[in-house]
Ligand binder design. Structure first.
Ligand SMILES: CSC[C@H]1O[C@@H](n2cnc3c(O)ncnc32)[C@H](O)[C@@H]1O
Ligand SMILES: [Zn+2]
Length: 447
């Protein structure tokens, strides 16, 4: 016994579970395996009986009726917009943006708005099993700070839009503030950055050229709403004599460092072009459905070889940050739109919300699957509930049957941020009080 103990490796944490869904190297489910974690990284994923003879963990948690899987990666959102949840429903994109959201943002967006809205987004996402999100909003330095304070992982958008806001008055200031944010945080382990020009219709060609030069110089991805509605494409065509994607191709923006959000309007030739250029598509099915923007042809994109990731978009159009719900919608919609029940099977959809999102964000070496060497961004999903019975297939249940309330525990870089459904790094009571104040302020301004 003494000899065995001596040869055992001391590690920080062992998570043993009935089921583990690592996503890579195979999409298969492992039974009775343990994840071994040290210094925030996965050091082994082995059968539990083997793990117990090889490793001596400082902490050992056992999940007898749970599945462990990689944290979900929300490929597109606008965190502070949680404060605008439910303010403008049941209308199309331009009416929603121009008559409701932009005027409300002009009235309310501030450092404090970005702080409290981001905190609410972090809390909602962690409680729903999302461990990393890709953001685009005003005051990104505030979102970045709250994210690191909470211990979550974030890809922060260096925003550009051609109108003055509480954050910046013109393109020069937007770009400079973005670069300053990047410079002062580029070594922060939980943060990464994307340039985030809002859309082809809201950022001039000259400014897009500037972003392209900077993105090449710093080797950062560019993240942008593109071909969201037919109206966008038609109006752009009337103004510039070409479709937005063609303009972006002309500017050299499309390619493996380009993340195109929505993409509901695509010709066959454009699908081929996206595949050839290595452009990533960030699919936000619920926001596109709610705004009746159109349908992203996900199955055709995947058949062509395009990397398609899943995002929620913001809560003013979704209206939640529920990546389990989003996976289910993506899978069902993908079948409906393609007329093919075999399109977007559960395993593919789970991969879209984890590894594909990580690939799009340039983070696949770090997150998106449970592979030794990667960061320990892990979630435990309780499958003991009646609603998950009988346990015919964990992967099927995770996509088609599980609700986000079944996420019991969450770790980011090996740090536990949700323990038996309680947040460990965010004060829920304080957050609730702040949100009630915002509710009053926003309601008062509307009357
Ligand atoms: C300038 S920060 C981001 C900007 O985007 C707005 N927004 C949120 N959702 C969408 C969407 O689906 N399409 C276009 N613009 C969107 C948000 O209100 C902010 O102003
Ligand atoms: Zn968006």
């Amino acid at each position: 016994m003494g000899v065995i103990l001596l040869s055992m490796k001391t590690v920080d944490l062992m998570l043993s579970a009935r089921w583990v869904v690592p996503i890579e190297p195979s999409g298969a489910v492992l039974e009775n395996h343990s994840l071994v974690i040290h210094d925030g990284r996965i050091v082994a994923l082995v059968p539990t009986d083997q793990a117990l003879t090889q490793f001596q963990p400082a902490e050992h948690q056992q999940f007898v009726e749970h599945a462990l899987m990689p944290g979900l990666v929300n490929a597109h959102t606008h965190s502070p917009m949680t404060l605008l949840r439910g303010v403008a429903d049941d209308m199309p994109l331009y009416e929603w943006l121009q008559q409701h959201i932009w005027p409300m943002e002009a009235r309310h967006v501030s450092e404090e708005f970005a702080h409290d809205g981001s905190l609410l987004a972090l809390a909602e996402q962690l409680r729903g099993g999302t461990t990393c999100f890709n953001d685009m909003y005003f005051f990104p330095e505030v979102t970045a700070k709250v994210t690191t304070q909470a211990g979550m992982r974030g890809s922060i958008g260096l925003l550009l839009i051609d109108f003055a806001s509480a954050w910046a008055s013109d393109a020069n200031e937007y770009i400079q503030k973005g670069l300053d944010l990047y410079d002062s945080n580029k070594t922060e382990p939980l943060l990464s950055f994307c340039f985030a020009p809002h859309a082809p219709y809201s950022v001039s060609e000259d400014n897009l050229r500037r972003i392209k030069v900077l993105a090449d110089e710093l080797d950062l991805p560019i993240h942008m709403h593109v071909h969201e509605t037919a109206q966008e494409v038609n109006e752009f065509q009337a103004r510039f004599g070409m479709r937005p994607l063609e303009k972006l191709a002309q500017l050299g923006i499309s390619g493996p460092n380009f993340l195109a959000v929505h993409m509901t309007q695509l010709t066959d030739a454009e699908i081929d072009f996206l595949a050839e250029s290595g452009t990533h598509v960030l699919h936000c099915p619920e926001a596109s459905l709610k705004l009746a923007s159109g349908f992203c042809p996900v199955h055709r994109l995947q058949e062509a070889g395009v990397n398609v990731a899943i995002g929620t978009d913001g809560t003013a159009s979704n209206n939640d940050l529920d990546m389990f719900g989003e996976m289910r919608t993506a899978a069902l919609l993908g079948k409906g739109v393609s007329g093919n029940a075999a399109a977007l099977p559960a395993e593919t959809t789970l991969r879209m919300a984890t590894l594909n999102s990580a690939v799009a964000l340039g983070l696949a070496d770090e997150i998106g699957s449970l592979v030794p060497g990667k960061a320990a961004d892990v979630i435990a999903v309780d499958l003991s509930e009646l609603e998950s019975q009988p346990m015919t297939s964990p992967i099927s249940h995770l996509v088609y049957a599980v609700g986000r309330h079944q996420v019991s525990d969450v770790w980011v870089a090996g740090r536990q941020l949700l323990r038996q459904r309680r947040l460990t790094s965010i004060d829920e009571a304080d957050l609730r009080a702040r949100i009630i104040e915002w509710q009053k302020r926003i309601a008062a301004a509307r009357h």
